[in-house]
Design a protein around this ligand. Structure first.
Ligand SMILES: Cc1ncc(COP(=O)(O)O)c(C=O)c1O
Length: 405
């Protein structure tokens, strides 16, 4: 295929929660230069271009470590996705007999490994329910703590409603239980600050291709120093170290980084993460555009923004903040049909369904309507690159469909 067949189609991309597009241009340019001019593998040879590749790996570790406040760059292992990082992190720290506490907000990339490894690993798992906004109450979590609770693992924000979890309070839950604290920052990295030291985070997994706007095939895992020595590898293979031994030894971060790394992706992630470290103000530019979208959607009486109009006071918890993700239902429409019309007739690209996070939908207002239609929600997610013009086009499309204007 010489070119993307749809490359000339006018489109408004509103699925940044799945992956960002367009990517951070300086990162794309650096990745292209790496592919054209270097192309060597990292951590294997000692020739010039191999050393250049290794410098990119170190640059990515350094920028990501500063972005999350990690005490040293060697606590970062480079992964191929948020899913890879979560699987590697869970497998790496869990031991037979452990009890894990997580929430109904989680993405399948956290819930499914726990589900599948229950028997294999001999672990038990409890899932704290979420409210009408997609928030799990840390006070409720305390009822699930047992003397065996060894890991409290949850996402920083919901990929369905956009609601941000109170990480400080959850960190306290983990500390009170003398458990490890693991955070999935796949949806928030690039949007919200996070600091592993002040939040006492032991393990952090994140995607690189969403809010950071690195290429596909990127993610990383932070693991605190005290957990690195006993970390159990999920994959085995070539690491460029201890090649003479069959066991390969136990080296962090090679416990995660096996096989050839995704250098083009890593180069783009290094450049994108450096940008965020140098200009954190850019992190907040997405807010105004997302707000504009929400205000526009509220014009339509048939549109229900899920979890956004719930008074926090009625739930007895603090007001929620949100990343630029919103889920909605529309009276008289199946969300899949609406997504198709938006795409086919207007070039508006949004996602309909359960968004790989089925449990959170149970708590949402209008949940009965979703359950009856068995369709999930329509999700619109803007990003750092979304413009006012794009939001205006999207709202015009809604007006055309819902008001016939
Ligand atoms: C909260 C959350 N965690 C993890 C992931 C998985 O990330 P990836 O798509 O990079 O595997 C996603 C993806 O949407 C997500 O929303």
């Amino acid at each position: 295929m010489a070119d993307h067949p749809e490359s000339n189609r006018a489109r408004v991309y509103l699925d940044h929660a799945a992956t960002s597009w367009p990517k951070f241009e300086p990162g794309v340019a650096a990745a292209e230069r790496y592919v054209r001019c270097c192309g060597a593998t990292a951590g294997r040879g000692a020739y010039h271009s191999a050393l250049e590749a290794e410098r990119w790996v170190q640059a990515a570790r350094k920028a990501l470590a500063s972005l999350i406040g990690a005490p040293s760059l060697d606590s970062i292992a480079l992964c191929t996705s948020g899913t890879h990082a979560l699987n590697a992190g869970l497998w790496g720290v869990l031991k037979p007999g452990d009890h894990v506490l997580t929430t109904a907000m989680e993405h399948n990339s956290l819930l499914r490994p726990l589900h599948h490894w229950k028997e294999l690993l001999g672990i038990t798992v409890d899932i704290v329910p979420t409210d009408e906004r997609g928030i799990a109450n840390p006070l409720a979590a305390r009822d699930f703590i047992t003397p065996k609770t060894r890991l409290v693992a949850l996402g920083h924000a919901s990929n369905v409603t956009g609601a941000v979890q109170d990480l400080e309070a959850w960190s306290q839950v983990a500390q009170d239980a003398a458990a490890l604290f693991m955070v999935d920052a796949s949806q928030t990295l690039g949007y919200l600050p996070i600091d592993v030291r002040s939040m006492n985070i032991d393990v952090l997994a994140a995607a690189g291709h969403k809010g950071l706007r690195a290429l596909h095939g990127t993610g990383f895992l932070y693991v605190g120093h005290d957990l690195q020595a006993g970390f159990r590898p999920l994959l085995f293979g070539g690491t460029g170290r201890a090649s003479e031994s069959l066991s390969g030894g136990q080296y962090w971060p090679n416990a995660v980084e096996v096989g050839n790394l995704n250098l083009p992706g890593i180069v783009s992630m290094a450049v994108a993460a450096e940008h965020f470290v140098e200009s954190p103000a850019a992190v907040h530019q997405w807010q105004a555009v997302h707000q504009l979208l929400l205000q526009g959607l509220q014009e339509f009486p048939q549109v229900h923004l899920l979890g956004r109009s719930v008074a926090a006071a009625s739930l007895g918890t603090p007001a929620a903040s949100y990343i630029p993700v919103v889920s909605l239902s529309v009276d008289g429409w199946d969300v899949h049909d609406l997504a198709s019309v938006l795409d086919d007739a207007f070039g508006i690209e949004v996602r309909a369904g359960w968004h790989c996070a089925a449990l959170v939908h149970k708590g949402l207002v209008h949940a009965e309507q979703h359950a009856a239609s068995n369709s999930g929600t329509l999700r619109l997610s803007t990003g750092a690159s979304t413009t006012v013009e794009e939001v205006t086009v999207a709202l015009r499309a809604f007006r055309g469909i819902l008001k016939g204007e």
